[in-house]
Design a protein around this ligand. Structure first.
Ligand SMILES: [Zn+2]
Length: 401
């Protein structure tokens, strides 16, 4: 089924809903459980349980090898992503991928494909629908064929504009536009903290508070790259900043790090050469975000290659560094890492050539104190205050020049 077919299908369903409104007890579509079992040495069976029939679209991606299962937008209600490491399925993860699509991504350690897929309706004591996927190891050449065959059906989120973030109305005369970029989202949870809280949820909470705080000053027009739990590609985040002619982009994160004692805020600006190994590892991991959610990376890589460090970009970098320094002085010692709170690395999300951009690691979810601080109202409010003060100070200084 092509995307157009599906779109038409959705339109027909929409029309039917208008003519035949759903009874008030109608439930939203929900997947309540997922299981992986062993069928044979070469075949695993994935079963999804849902309250209604699912119509999956199965696609394949390589480097790394993944199976992508696209479903209509639904709720996954079975807790965080499951890692069972059984045989050739390394992990799988799921979440909202776009306004109309939910996605489950299976990471493979060997090339494999769905050889059989069917749905069992509720019967007897079973009250749920079960969608079954038998996944078997296949030769590399066969897997490559599947990747090529299904390329067209992978929905490219970049091609469909998410409305609220790009509205021209957001651009409001003289007020500087501040793009607030909550990292991760949808089927990319970011890191999971020592307290079980997902990075995507913490950064979104802070982003929403920061928007309200900047609005209250009356001096800025804040724009979010996402305002709910949805995946947004890295390239798309940069595009949103550029399309809004942003005067500043703040990308918010709260990652994990091997050293559990490492805590405090860190401010990153762009550099092709990382300032240290912590910065390099973090950027490498962040830049993989698109792999996690099942994006085709060919286009993304071309985009990254195309970005040259031009004179304009150097100028932009100077402003980024200026803002970083102001933010560091606003945050003060107790909310920053003890040494070198300003670091450099090649984060894709910082690569808009004409938008000063910083990436703020608000703290480290691998540290017990930071994880608690960032999950608390007080801790989030403190970060929002620091950021609001730094933005105000930065633009006040620019006006003096
Ligand atoms: Zn992150």
């Amino acid at each position: 089924m092509t995307w157009a077919d599906r779109y038409l299908g959705a339109a027909v369903i929409g029309l039917m809903l208008l003519l035949f409104p759903a009874p008030s007890y109608a439930q939203s579509l929900e997947v309540s459980a997922a299981r992986v079992g062993i069928r044979s040495p070469d075949t695993l069976r994935l079963v999804l349980e849902s309250n209604s029939a699912l119509k999956p679209t199965i696609s394949y991606l390589s480097t790394p090898d993944r199976i992508v299962i696209d479903l209509p937008r639904l709720d996954f209600s079975f807790g965080p992503g499951i890692t069972d490491g059984k045989r050739f399925i390394e992990t799988y993860r799921y979440g909202a991928f776009s306004p109309k699509v939910s996605r489950l991504v299976i990471d493979l350690s060997k090339p494999a494909r769905v050889t059989r897929s069917f749905t069992l309706k509720p019967s007897g004591k079973t009250v749920v629908y079960r969608t079954v996927f038998d996944i078997s190891i296949v030769p590399r050449a066969r897997f490559t064929e599947e990747v090529a065959r299904t390329k067209g059906q992978l929905i490219d989120p970049q091609s469909r504009r998410v409305e609220p973030v790009l509205s021209a109305a957001a651009r409001n005369g003289e007020k500087p536009v501040i793009v607030i970029d909550a990292g991760h989202g949808g089927n990319d949870p970011g890191t999971i903290g020592i307290n079980g809280r997902a990075e995507k949820e913490i950064v979104l909470a802070v982003a929403l508070k920061l928007r309200a705080s900047l609005q209250r000053t009356g001096q800025f027009t804040p724009v979010l790259t996402r305002d709910h739990d949805i995946y947004v590609g890295l390239k798309r985040r940069v595009e949103i900043a550029r399309a809004n002619e942003a005067d500043l982009m703040l990308s918010l994160h709260a990652d994990s790090i091997g050293d559990k004692n490492f805590r405090g805020g860190t401010i990153y600006t762009l550099s092709e050469k990382a300032s240290d190994s912590v910065a390099a590892n973090l950027a490498a991991r962040e830049n993989k975000s698109d792999i996690l959610v099942g994006m085709d990376l060919e286009q993304e890589n071309a985009f990254v290659r195309d970005i040259l460090i031009t004179l304009a970009q150097r100028e932009t970098k100077n402003f980024s560094v200026k803002f970083a320094n102001i933010l560091i002085s606003e945050m003060g010692q107790q909310r920053l890492i003890p040494r070198r709170p300003h670091r450099y690395a090649g984060f894709v999300v910082l690569k808009a050539p004409d938008v000063p951009s910083v990436l703020v690691e608000m703290g480290y979810m691998s540290n017990a104190q930071d994880a608690m601080r960032l999950a608390s109202k007080q801790g989030q409010d403190a970060v929002v205050r620091d950021l609001t003060d730094a933005v105000t100070e930065y633009f006040a200084q620019l006006q003096l020049n």
